[in-house]
Design a binder for this molecule. Sequence first.
Ligand SMILES: Cc1cc2nc3c(=O)[nH]c(=O)nc-3n(C[C@H](O)[C@H](O)[C@H](O)COP(=O)(O)OP(=O)(O)OC[C@H]3O[C@@H](n4cnc5c(N)ncnc54)[C@H](O)[C@@H]3O)c2cc1C
Length: 368
Amino acid sequence: MDKHRVAIIGGGIAGLTACLELAHHGYDVTLIEKMPTVGGKIRQVDVHGAGIDSGPTVFTMRWVFDELFQACDCNFEKEVAIQELSVLAKHYWQKDSLNLYADISKSALAIRDFSGIKQERLFLEFCEVSKKVYNALEKPYIKGKRPSFTSMITQLGLSGTKSLLHIGPFSALWQSLEQFFPDPRLQQLFGRYSTYCGSSPYLAPATLMLIAHVEMLGVWSVKEGMIAIPQTIARLAKNRGAKIITNQTVLRIQTHQNCVQGVELQSGELIPADSIIFNGDVAALSTGLLGEQTRLATPVSPTGRSLSAMTWSMQIPKNAFELSRHNVFFDQNYDQEFTDIFQQNRLPTHPTVYICAQDRLHSNPDSH
Ligand SMILES: Cc1cc2nc3c(=O)[nH]c(=O)nc-3n(C[C@H](O)[C@H](O)[C@H](O)COP(=O)(O)OP(=O)(O)OC[C@H]3O[C@@H](n4cnc5c(N)ncnc54)[C@H](O)[C@@H]3O)c2cc1C
């Protein structure tokens, strides 16, 4: 019997993951990526011979990769050289700085030195609540295959519902943080987590505080740069028979009698397929960029966009400023940053700046 043919549009981490799993299970998979290399937002820029991570610099939820690799009969840690970070990040304000550590008790002590014993206690309470929110949402939402409001309500159970009601799931993250932390610098620090998924802390739901717990479960960096993850997944998929085409844009999804038939590439080539996975921006489908036939395949996307980041990749002299590996520089008027982006539709005049000093030691918490 002929193998089921799958075309995957886009070689970001999501497309590659699907590619590996399907190839491992014997599907006839072709992945098409419009850029010269796979990885999507996980990308590396060559600056005078040094490969600089210019998208993600670290990853969390390592179990996702462990499970993917195990399901494909290999071992994540053997395939990709990873290292757990002991310092999650160093945060700077005009006059002060604060390290957050993988070890909660170390972070609590640092917060006591930084902001007093009351804030230390409140931080530990915050960690507990963040953990409860994560635990409540892990099964119905994070691991849920197609989470919906109804499936979540059914699966939350009594303790999950209680945890969410405790933080007020429909209140903004910022409101919650104001209740936890009288110190505005800590509101700012923990509010930043909402930007990880492109949201403003003043608008995002309080449930996003679960990111604090996710980070405390571990943050990892990759020795050869994050790009090693998509490259490894692509290699393993190819070993299992997947075809990966780069430098080719998919212009159209072809259909016949309401079924997909294949994809048409910029080169004019047609790749037949029985199923198609689209790893691009979902709005591209509903706005008809991949053809009229697939316009109705997804609901119309909201017009507002989430925020991203402006990145620069550079080499600078090492002695310019004592940096840790992960450094976040905060300004004073935090709300102005989000007013600029979401209401004024312009780049912030006083943005939060994140610097990944990629050559700094991975695990030397007290060096700076
Ligand atoms: C600056 C920055 C920093 C980040 N930092 C972190 C971090 O530290 N840790 C973390 O976990 N996450 C981080 N993220 C988020 C993370 O990078 C993304 O969530 C993730 O990489 C998205 O993967 P994806 O596969 O969903 O999409 P993408 O990476 O966007 O992949 C989509 C791919 O589809 C291709 N494509 C689209 N349309 C077509 C078409 N018609 N034909 C062919 N190809 C097509 C695109 O070229 C692209 O390669 C960061 C993101 C950014 C931008």
